[in-house]
Design a protein around this ligand. Structure first.
Ligand SMILES: N[C@@H](CCC(=O)N[C@@H](CS)C(=O)NCC(=O)O)C(=O)O
Length: 199
């Protein structure tokens, strides 16, 4: 059986758990330990072990699972359609994650190293700028992040959406983002692993 190392409350682990739920894939969730640290030189989770091979990086794991189980609805086979999904996943892991870190660590985690009010405000402003960019993309698709269908991009960014909504910053009114949030909330797997009260 697929083994997943990590906590069910960790945002990057939740991407993998949500993907498994969409696929209907059973798994065994394992505690973080020396075992996972031996498999991932970064010491981070998630790490999976499947058919005796280890893999880390949450977005790569989600792509692997969709590919292995033939879920071309979640990750299209056609190169350009696939790249459009991957593009938004990459954007989440790079541009978007970089924007929110300071504000989230200061406001939600209460980190003393992230308590500078100006830096929090700058981080929140950049986070909102990028969520506004995402809102424009959702307005243009009228449904999901990469087009008319739910894909892995909605999983990666759906967890970011939940974190944004859960962080006490000023949230601009973003109607397409709100409609997408409502659309995601009809999915049991989002309610279980995304909008479940954990930022
Ligand atoms: N780029 C990595 C980031 C992984 C990451 O930051 N994982 C966090 C949890 S969300 C972690 O392992 N933190 C240390 C810990 O929980 O011990 C990915 O997407 O998998």
């Amino acid at each position: 059986m697929l083994k997943i190392y990590g906590k069910s409350t960790s945002i990057n682990v939740r991407k993998v758990l949500w993907t498994c739920a969409e696929i209907g894939l059973p798994y065994a969730l394992e505690q973080q330990s020396d075992a996972h640290r031996a498999l991932n030189p970064n010491g981070l989770v998630p790490v999976i072990v499947d058919d005796g091979q280890a893999l880390w990086e949450s977005n790569s794991i989600c792509r692997y699972l969709a590919g292995k189980h033939g879920r071309t609805d979640l990750l299209p086979a056609e190169p350009m359609a696939r790249a459009q999904v991957e593009k938004w996943m990459d954007w989440q892991a790079t541009e978007l994650n970089t924007s929110w870190r300071y504000a989230f660590m200061g406001l939600v985690r209460g980190s003393a190293a992230h308590s500078d009010a100006q830096a929090i405000a700058a981080s929140a402003a950049e986070w909102n700028r990028l969520m506004t960019l995402l809102d424009a993309q959702l307005a243009s698709t009228g449904a999901y992040v990469a087009g008319g269908q739910f894909t892995l991009a909605d999983i990666a960014l759906g967890l970011s959406l939940n974190r944004w909504l859960s962080t006490p910053i000023e949230h601009p009114a973003l109607p397409a983002l709100q409609a997408w949030s409502n659309r995601l909330s009809t999915r049991p797997a989002y309610l279980l692993h995304g909008a479940n009260g954990v930022p």
